[in-house]
Write a protein that binds this ligand. Structure first.
Ligand SMILES: NC(=O)C1=CN([C@@H]2O[C@H](COP(=O)(O)OP(=O)(O)OC[C@H]3O[C@@H](n4cnc5c(N)ncnc54)[C@H](OP(=O)(O)O)[C@@H]3O)[C@@H](O)[C@H]2O)C=CC1
Ligand SMILES: CC(=O)N[C@@H](CCC(=O)OP(=O)(O)O)C(=O)O
Length: 310
């Protein structure tokens, strides 16, 4: 019998994209409730407890309630796409490529926390350099990023697309998270293996799906002898043997005049770049992804497939 999957929040931005990715799959059975009943707690509880895997695409508080609804039922495994459980040690962090053991942890887990979109890029760049001893303790890491507006869910989509919305946003590009306390900082710190929280400055552009995450570094303050080439080699070695996270060869990135935030729209992969001048003293590490692809829905489906393979 095909495993049963219930997407709680299936009519929201992340949920809809997961459903689209599952369309036509015969190896799983999708449980569903009508859009008008999406907040019907009794129906949701019933679906949640009849699923083999429940994928939660809800705000944090609703995710916590949903986990309560299934906590006593060991037959149900959970993938949560919210921020609620990402630094909870009882949950496997759903970024399979972040180190060699992570895919097996996800396969075996009952509870999997899908990463945030920005942390996917930031951790993808930082963690291999911490693990290789290139990025030393105490380094003042900064993370600057731009996201497509779908990252803000149904509410921000309406604000950006409907000029008559009472809180319409007309800016083509804006900074937010200005108090520097964005909810993704703990996750970047813990899973980036950082001993010091990064300064994180997010922004949104007037495009639906896409994301650029930048981590600029001074080579003089890294492990002795670190070069642009050695950083690239460490990233390339870390991500060898799979094709979801790729490290763009230096010979290719050197020839690029610009990086297009929407290049990977609709894709579930991530590209990493090392920019700078050979022999120079600085590099800019860049991650390119779709906030709803590897940054959310694509990662959730990848995690579901790993769990089903166990
Ligand atoms: N958008 C993105 O790029 C990313 C989103 N995420 C995370 O995914 C989760 C979902 O976000 P997103 O899809 O963007 O949000 P949306 O607002 O687009 O969708 C959320 C859905 O959940 C429903 N919902 C809200 N509260 C409840 C409740 N109490 N009970 C049942 N259903 C409820 C909403 O219904 P209603 O329409 O009635 O409000 C809506 O259908 C969030 O935790 C978000 O942080 C993670 C990574 C990236
Ligand atoms: C553009 C935008 O608003 N982005 C969201 C993050 C999207 C994401 O990764 O979702 P989680 O809430 O699940 O972490 C934000 O900054 O809150």
């Amino acid at each position: 019998m095909a495993p049963k999957i219930f997407i709680d929040g299936e009519h929201g931005t992340t949920g809809l994209q997961i459903r689209t990715r599952m369309a036509g799959r015969r190896d799983v059975e999708l449980l569903s409730i009508p859009e008008a009943e999406r907040r019907n707690a009794a129906m949701r509880e019933d679906m949640l407890n009849n699923a083999d895997i429940a994928i939660l695409c809800l705000p944090d508080d609703a995710s916590k309630e949903a986990v309560q609804m299934v906590s006593a039922n060991n037959n149900v495994r959970v993938i949560d796409t919210s921020t609620a459980f990402r630094v909870n040690p009882g949950w496997a962090y759903g970024f399979a490529e972040m180190d060699g053991a992570q895919a097996d942890k996800i396969k075996a887990a009952r509870f999997v926390a899908n990463p945030g979109c920005y942390p996917t890029g930031a951790i993808g760049l930082i963690r291999p350099l911490r693990a290789a001893g290139i990025l030393p303790d105490g380094y003042p890491v900064t993370v600057n990023a731009v996201s497509g507006y779908t990252g803000g869910g149904k509410q921000m989509i309406a604000q950006m697309e409907n000029p008559d919305h009472p809180d319409a946003i007309s800016a083509p590009h804006f900074l937010y998270g200005l108090p520097l306390t964005h909810k993704h900082v703990p996750e970047m710190t813990v899973h980036g293996l950082l001993d010091r929280a990064p300064i994180f400055s997010p922004s949104v552009g007037k495009f639906a799906q896409g994301m650029i995450v930048q981590v600029p570094l001074h080579l003089d303050d890294l492990a002795e002898g670190t070069t642009m080439e050695s950083i690239h080699a460490a990233l390339a070695a870390h991500y060898a043997g799979q094709d979801i996270v790729t490290v763009v060869p230096l010979s290719d990135s050197k020839a690029l005049p610009r990086v297009n935030a929407v290049e990977l729209e609709g894709k579930d992969t991530m590209k990493l770049f090392v920019f700078g001048t050979p022999g120079g003293s600085q590099v800019n590490l860049v991650a390119l992804l779709d906030n709803l692809g590897k940054g959310a829905s694509g990662a959730a489906v990848q995690n579901m497939d790993l769990m089903l393979a166990s």
